[in-house]
Design a protein around this ligand. Structure first.
Ligand SMILES: [Fe+2]
Length: 325
């Protein structure tokens, strides 16, 4: 490895703030059909907010979707530029007809099957207004979680990529290509596509050029995406990456933060979107067995003595059937 940017292997997870916890659990497990793998809380700040994690059948890095339900706390924000516009999930192209019917059945308004960069996809929003897409990708062997309504064949394999709304392309293009060493692979209308290494599922980032759109909220708030996390292997790589990014003059790279299931650094990008770089060497089985992932509310050891005060304000939730043990 000559360049710390080479340590980035693809997406690690995507994180958004949503409405109520129950609405989120129902949408992600029933409409998206993902596996709920972790119930914990937001580690930053003083408010008690759930942090819910979902993934594919194998709870793999690069399949992870995480949410902060902010409705109970009553925190709302503004949509705009400098935010993730669309979080996209990888499904087989042949399953898109199924997804049209499935979204209709659940009363989720959608785009129908559209095409961008030659990929067929359907765009829609979750119940809180988070932009999402299922993207047809036939080169993705990851295992989808199976539900009563979604077969393993049709299910979400993991993350495909993310589209960022950016008022400016030049500075963000520099950051993506010269700093992070992603490759620019094309432009389709106002969309610019970048590949991490060889691209495809888990390795695709797009910019949507929106020069006239006002800046959206950077805060946690209902219906507002929060960050894109990229995967690195371990702490040493993140520390090298931090020093490397700071060397360009982007001095706002955070210290290494302990997220219990991974260790992360964060950097505000020229687009306004927040990037995280998260290690892959710890994983979700650190505090519960692989086959029981998500079945109980888990706190990091440093929060455990405050469990009662943290849990009390949280919304009561009904878990998916497979987690009711
Ligand atoms: Fe994150």
């Amino acid at each position: 490895m000559n360049n710390p940017a080479d340590y980035i292997t693809g997406l690690h997870h995507l994180t958004v703030s949503v409405g109520s916890a129950q609405e989120d659990i129902d949408f992600v497990t029933q409409v998206l059909g993902m596996r709920m793998i972790k119930q914990t809380v937001l580690f930053d700040g003083a408010a008690s907010i759930y942090h819910l994690y979902y993934a594919n059948a194998d709870a793999e890095v690069g399949s992870v979707w995480t949410t902060f339900p902010f409705k109970k706390a009553g925190v709302y924000g503004r949509k705009g530029s400098g935010q993730i516009e669309t979080s996209s999930f990888s499904v087989p192209t042949a399953s898109l007809e199924f997804w049209v019917k499935h979204l209709n059945k659940h009363n989720v308004p959608h785009s129908g099957i559209i095409e961008r960069f030659g990929d067929k996809m359907i765009t829609f929003e979750d119940r809180s207004g988070i932009g999402m897409a299922v993207v047809g990708c036939d080169n993705d062997n990851r295992n989808a979680w199976e539900t009563e309504e979604i077969s393993k064949v049709n299910g979400i394999r993991g993350l495909f990529g993310a589209t960022i709304r950016s008022r400016d392309i030049i500075e963000m293009d520099f950051y993506l290509t010269k700093v992070l060493k992603f490759s620019k692979v094309g432009q389709d209308g106002d969309f610019h596509r970048y590949h991490i290494k060889d691209g495809g599922a888990q390795k695709t980032i797009e910019l949507h050029h929106v020069p006239n759109m006002e800046q959206g909220s950077w805060t946690f708030a209902v219906g507002i995406p929060h960050h894109i996390a990229f995967a690195t292997a371990k702490d040493e790589h993140n520390l090298e990456l931090k020093a490397y990014i700071e060397g360009f003059g982007y001095t706002d790279v955070t210290e290494l933060k302990d997220r219990n299931y991974f260790h992360s650094i964060y950097n505000r990008t020229p687009s306004g979107a927040l990037f995280e770089f998260a290690t892959s060497d710890i994983g979700f089985a650190i505090d519960e067995e692989e086959n029981l992932l998500g079945h109980q509310l888990l706190l990091p050891p440093v929060f455990e003595h405050r469990r009662e005060e943290i849990v009390k304000p949280l919304e009561e939730i009904v878990l998916p059937k497979y987690l009711r043990v």
